[in-house]
Design a protein around this ligand. Structure first.
Ligand SMILES: [Zn+2]
Ligand SMILES: [Zn+2]
Length: 639
């Protein structure tokens, strides 16, 4: 029978998603889409605004309402206000907010890899602070290219990150203001649409050919910015391949410091142009770096950012060895950095013990040279007994003072020594006599001193006078710093003078340094008192200022202000909130009065007023929901 071959079992249908199951764009590439961009694309696909999608739909799907919701706005309403407030930068980040957005969107679309549209894969690697810019940024040429190629228009995650400033495809800085209305906009506004201004709704892409086609050049400054952007792009592209990046990062970073600088954190900090305490905290895993900090370390040390996150230790090791070679050669060329990277007391002691066991005992000066010390004092300081033992062994070997034995070859011809001394004297910064003697093969400067006393005296005198000038410069700089209105820190003074550490200032002028620090403390104390007074007077200002506004006025970050003056900040916040509430009540009352007047007039003319009629006659534009509430209230009064 024909009907027997019919299969009447129900077909196995895949589960249906509540919203369109849009596929996220570019996962595993530097141009991966952002979650805020995904939301705006989703809203566009459903032909609704972002505000409606988030406020009326997504907030009902999630276990908790996805941010951002205002504190006074009711939720779970499909008829009332949508309650959405633009911003939502944290949605792209690596905290609870991002997890909530990802969870909600995955539930609504049944997509599964949406965490890669955020920085969530880098949890335990980066801190949340300073990651994103507060306003929307875009490359108009990218928009234009996508539209011409009929590709989907979207907002890459790279564009939201503060450390990325230049489009890697077109080499031009991102735009921040709309070319039509001249306004900046929030990363996710109520009416954000991919590729369009959320204020005037105009197209943000360029209409002509891409700038790279027209030979848009990259200057020196922007090449650094481009390198940083590319590094961020590589990081985003690597996200899906990472497994437990938090733990990997901690291990890799330690390995990196131990390979590149042989565990000498101070040397690594210098190479990375970072402060030592910051690097120590990163090295010991006490704190996580900001993205900008990590980019700086990798750029200065010369390693790709992905090597401190990837699982491939061998590939990373190749980059680190190369970085180490560069670091060692740069330190050798720098006069003040002649000491080897690895010079912990334990390591030096080990080197001394090895030297004792060598078959032909080396002189102590030879070991000092091997370890890149300028003299043998450093070795004696580490272990006097071992140093003595090495010297005794060398003497016993009969190889010491060979030059004193008859028919011994000269270490260097006198005429060559004279030439070197004269050349050094003519130099602006002559090297020390010891360094000159060692460069010729002598153990110390004794022989040269005996043969050319005048030249040696002249060189010493030149070095001494140079030192005197340096010290007097130091004194002048410290005295000048004391007269400054805002006393600088010792760190700032040493930077102005070009020293590597501020210890040198303290060694020469401890009293001046103390005086400067005391003045600085006093100045800061005074600043604090002034700021407190300003905050207290702000509490009397009308209209009540917001805390954010005050932070802008005083040019201080909010967390600083809150840490210093918690009670004042709480009062300012409470007062501002109260004032806003009062203003809102007043506005509602005024609206009601006006609506009452209009409705009375319309009634007297024999009409039953509708909301639309009232709205037309109102002196100011108001939201439909507010007018409808006011009309309903007045209607009740009339009954
Ligand atoms: Zn571009
Ligand atoms: Zn615009």
């Amino acid at each position: 029978m024909l009907f027997d071959c019919w299969d009447c079992t129900a077909a196995d249908l895949p589960p249906r998603s509540r919203l369109y199951s849009l596929k996220p764009i570019g996962i595993g590439t530097p141009f991966v889409e952002s979650i805020t961009g995904y939301v705006s694309r989703l809203a566009d696909a459903h032909a609704v605004s972002v505000a409606d999608l988030v406020g009326r739909e997504l907030s009902l799907v999630g276990s908790k309402p996805v941010r951002p919701f205002g504190p006074f706005v009711p939720r779970n309403t499909t008829t009332g206000p949508h309650g959405f407030r633009g911003r939502a930068i944290a949605a792209n980040g690596l905290g609870e907010t991002a997890k909530r957005w990802v969870g909600t969107l995955e539930r609504a679309t049944l997509q599964t890899r949406l965490q890669f549209l955020t920085l969530l894969p880098f949890e335990g690697v980066l801190t949340n602070s300073g990651l994103f810019r507060n306003i929307r940024a875009w490359c108009p040429v990218c928009y234009g290219d996508w539209r011409r190629a009929d590709d989907p228009i979207y907002e890459p995650l790279l564009w939201t990150i503060r450390s990325a400033a230049i489009c890697p495809r077109h080499g031009q800085p991102f735009e921040h203001t709309c070319p039509h209305c001249g306004e900046a906009m929030l990363p996710l506004g109520a009416y954000t649409r991919p590729g369009h201004c959320s204020r005037c709704l105009q197209w943000l892409g360029s209409s002509g050919t891409s700038k790279s086609d027209r030979g848009f050049g990259i200057n020196e400054d922007s090449s650094v910015a481009l390198r940083r952007t590319n590094a961020v792009g590589e990081l985003l592209a690597a996200a899906p391949a990472l497994t437990s990046p938090g733990d990997t990062f901690k291990t890799r970073f330690r390995d990196c410091v131990e390979t590149v600088a042989e565990g000498n954190v101070f040397a690594f900090a210098k190479a990375a142009r970072m402060s030592r305490p910051v690097l120590v905290r990163l090295y010991t895993g006490q704190s996580l770096p900001e993205l900008g900090t990590l980019l700086q370390i990798c750029h200065e040390v010369g390693i790709p950012l992905t090597t401190v996150l990837a699982n491939d230790a061998i590939a990373a090791g190749v980059h680190w060895t190369r970085a180490k070679e560069a670091l060692v050669s740069s330190r050798k060329s720098h006069k003040s950095h002649r000491v080897a990277l690895a010079r912990s007391r334990e390591q030096v002691r080990l080197a001394l013990q090895d030297a004792i066991n060598e078959q032909s005992p080396p002189p102590l000066s030879e070991i000092a040279r091997r370890l890149n010390y300028e003299g043998v004092e450093g070795l004696r300081d580490v272990d006097q007994d071992l140093s003595k033992q090495i010297a005794v062994n060398y003497r016993k070997s009969g190889r010491s003072h060979w030059w004193r034995k008859c028919r011994a070859a000269r270490i260097c011809e006198r005429v060559d020594i004279r030439k070197l001394l004269e050349r050094s004297l003519a130099e602006e910064h002559p090297p020390s006599l010891y360094a000159l003697a060692v460069s010729l093969g002598y153990a110390n400067e004794g022989y040269i001193q005996r043969k050319f006393p005048e030249l040696c005296y002249a060189i010493r005198e030149k070095i001494r006078s140079e030192k005197r000038a340096r010290v007097s410069n130091m004194e002048e700089a410290l005295k000048a710093a004391l007269t400054e209105k805002t006393p600088p820190s010792l760190e700032e003074v040493r930077r102005r003078l070009g020293y590597l550490t501020s210890k040198v200032l303290r060694n020469h002028f401890p009293t001046l340094c103390d005086e400067l620090l005391a003045r600085r403390r006093l100045h800061r104390h005074q600043q604090r008192i002034d700021l407190k007074k300003k905050l207290q007077s702000a509490l009397l200002e009308w209209p009540a200022p917001s805390l954010v506004g005050l932070c802008k006025r005083f040019d201080l970050p909010r967390h600083c202000l809150e840490r210093m003056f918690p009670s004042e900040c709480a009062s300012i916040r409470a007062r501002y909130r109260r004032a806003r509430k009062d203003a809102s009540v007043l506005r509602t009352e005024q609206l009601q009065q006006e609506v009452r007047k209009i409705m009375r007039k319309l009634h007297s003319e024999g009409n039953d007023p509708t909301i639309k009629q009232v709205r037309i006659l109102l002196s100011q534009r108001n939201k439909w929901a507010k007018i409808s509430t006011a009309v309903a209230t007045v209607r009740k009064e009339f009954r």
